[in-house]
Design a protein around this ligand. Sequence first.
Ligand SMILES: [Zn+2]
Length: 334
Amino acid sequence: MQQQLSIFDPFDGMRFGNHICFSCGTTIPENQQITIFPAWLMEKYGFAHEPLRLLDQSVVTYQDLTIPCCANCQTQHLEPLEEKVKAAVEQGVSGLRALDQKLLFQWLGKMFYGTLITELIKEQNPLVRPEYAVSEQPKMLLKFQSFFRVLQSIRVPMEFPDFLPASIFVIDVDASAEPSRFEFRDELSTMMFSLRLDNALIVCCLLDNAMIKDAMRRVWEVIEHKQLQPIQAAEFSARVFYAAYLLNVIPDYLVRPVKPQDDHLVVDTLIDDVTNVIFNPWQHSAYAKLLATVWAKWGITQEDILRDPQEPMSMLFSPEGEFIEFPKIPGQEK
Ligand SMILES: [Zn+2]
């Protein structure tokens, strides 16, 4: 098989370390690193020196978060991707929506994967014994392995004939009260990643073959065309995070056999939904608990949300199912 079409599987034998390029597996000097969050993004939003807490509870700054990456992957694959995304980010919501969703998946996926392998590299150190070791969770490792196979489309030309590995939502948020803004949240176990860049909120489940987006289709068809208030955007984000928590299947990806003249790989996907339930049942109490964490800054509690146990509070839709243009925030009515 041609070299450029060969797949690297670091999960086979757990090949993670500071001398292994995260992207292609080449051996590199230990100091050859790139930042997980691109320099242009850290500069634009001024968060390079902001603290970030890792799974093992250690605190680092965003600019300290780096992953090993060879010069070839950097210049040939990652920098061109950054250039395209940077141009889209300059255009705001419309630019991000117009961007090829596969590129957006790769860009978000690289940051997610970067934070993940930071954990895995730490766990390779025999002196580090985290309470919650990612490398000791077989089901999670299977997910990450599947995910990395398609994330390699950053480096290896790859076609996904009839699917996108992720659900990606680009939400337009009314940022008049909070003009320049960067927020980031990720959750390794559910493969969730969200980024707020000024008035664009990107919420993404990185490994669901768009099943969440499909399940939320009717809600999204309304929201897609609206500008949301921050409290509404937070609610929508909570719905996606909760749906990811309920997702019960792991997509698998199979590379079709390569012929000598091929210049790219074709990847098929397989979801074992015959024996599995795709989503576990929605529970208002669990959803309300999650929503309360994102609504805490508006002073709304889980109890408030569940005042009607059959109909959790919503700032997006009235009980009749109508979109709420101007949500009234409890405690802030005049
Ligand atoms: Zn490389």
